[in-house]
Design a protein around this ligand. Structure first.
Ligand SMILES: Nc1ncnc2c1ncn2[C@@H]1O[C@H](COP(=O)(O)OP(=O)(O)OP(=O)(O)O)[C@@H](O)[C@H]1O
Ligand SMILES: O=C(O)C1=C[C@@H](O)[C@@H](O)[C@H](O)C1
Ligand SMILES: [Mg+2]
Length: 215
C-alpha cells in the first residue's frame, strides 16, 4: 500500500511505514502524506482518510483546519462531532457520564469515519489510547502524529485548561507534571502512527507551500 520514494528526505519529519513499522523513512515534507502514497482503494473507489493524533494542545485542530483549507479535503473534529451528537460539551459529558462513557462515545464516533471516504479528522488527545482505536485508524487510513514537547504543550494549554476536563483547575506546576507523565504513558501508542510531525518545525507558510506542491 505504501512505499518510500528517494525524494523522501527531511531532517525533521519521519514516516513509519504502515506495513513495516521498523522501517523509518525521512520525508521532505508532511505533505508527502497527501501524495499518491496514501491513497487507499477498495472496489475501484479511491479515498483519502487522514487521522491526526497527538496530545491535547499539540495543534490537531489548528493544523487540521489549515490543511483542509489548503487541500480542500473536508475537515472534522472528533470532539466537536461528539458534542454535536450529544448536544453538550466534552466537559459536561465527563462531568455527567464519566470518562468511560465518553471513551465509548469516542470510539463509536470514530467508527463512523471508517465508512467515510475523503476527510481530515482531528482526533481527541486520548482517542488512540482506548478501544483499539490506534490499530483501527492505521487499518482504515493514514495516521499523523503531531509531536510536541512538554514545554510547548504547557505554554499552549496554560490559557485553555478550563475547556479540557482532564486538566481543568490545575496550576502550572501540576499541569507540567501531568503532561509529562501522560505524554510518557501515551507515547508508545502515539508512536504507532504512520507519520510523526514535530510541531516545532511546522509553520503556516511552509505548510501551505508544501500542500501546493503535493496536493
Ligand atoms: N502552530 C501554532 N501556532 C499558533 N498557535 C497554535 C499552533 N498550534 C496550536 N496553536 C494554538 O494552541 C491551542 C491548542 O491547539 P489545538 O486546539 O489545535 O490543539 P488540539 O491538539 O486540537 O487539542 P485537543 O486535543 O485538546 O483538542 C489553540 O489555541 C491553537 O490555536
Ligand atoms: O487527552 C484526552 O484524553 C482528551 C483530549 C480532548 O481532545 C478531549 O477528547 C477530552 O478532553 C480528552
Ligand atoms: Mg482539538
Amino acid at each position: 500500500m505504501v512505499s518510500c520514494s528517494v525524494a523522501d528526505r527531511c531532517s525533521s519529519l519521519t514516516m513509519h511505514h504502515s506495513l513495516a513499522h521498523d522501517k523509518i523513512c525521512k520525508l521532505n515534507s508532511p505533505f508527502t502524506i497527501h501524495s499518491s502514497l496514501h491513497i487507499f482503494a477498495t472496489n475501484n473507489n479511491i479515498f483519502m482518510r487522514y487521522f491526526i493524533i497527538g496530545f491535547m494542545g499539540s495543534g490537531k485542530t489548528y493544523w487540521g483546519k489549515q490543511w483542509s483549507e489548503a487541500s480542500e479535503l473536508p475537515f472534522f473534529d472528533l470532539d466537536e462531532e461528539i458534542e454535536k451528537k450529544e448536544g453538550k460539551s466534552i466537559s459536561a459529558i465527563f462531568a455527567e457520564k464519566g470518562e468511560e462513557a465518553f471513551r465509548k462515545m469516542e470510539a463509536d464516533m470514530l467508527a463512523v469515519f471508517y465508512k467515510k471516504d475523503n476527510f481530515i479528522l482531528s482526533c481527541g488527545g486520548g482517542t488512540p489510547c482506548f478501544h483499539n482505536n490506534m490499530k483501527q485508524m492505521n487499518k482504515h487510513g493514514a495516521t499523523i502524529y503531531l509531536q510536541s514537547t512538554v514545554a510547548e504543550l504547557v505554554q499552549r494549554l496554560h490559557a485553555e485548561k478550563e475547556t479540557r476536563p482532564l486538566i481543568a483547575g490545575m496550576n502550572d506546576d501540576v499541569l507540567a507534571e501531568f503532561i509529562s507523565n501522560k505524554l510518557n504513558e501515551r507515547s508508545s501508542v502515539y508512536s504507532q502512527a504512520m507519520y510523526h510531525l514535530p510541531t516545532r518545525y511546522m509553520h503556516t507558510d511552509n505548510f501551505q507551500k508544501i500542500i501546493r506542491r503535493h496536493g
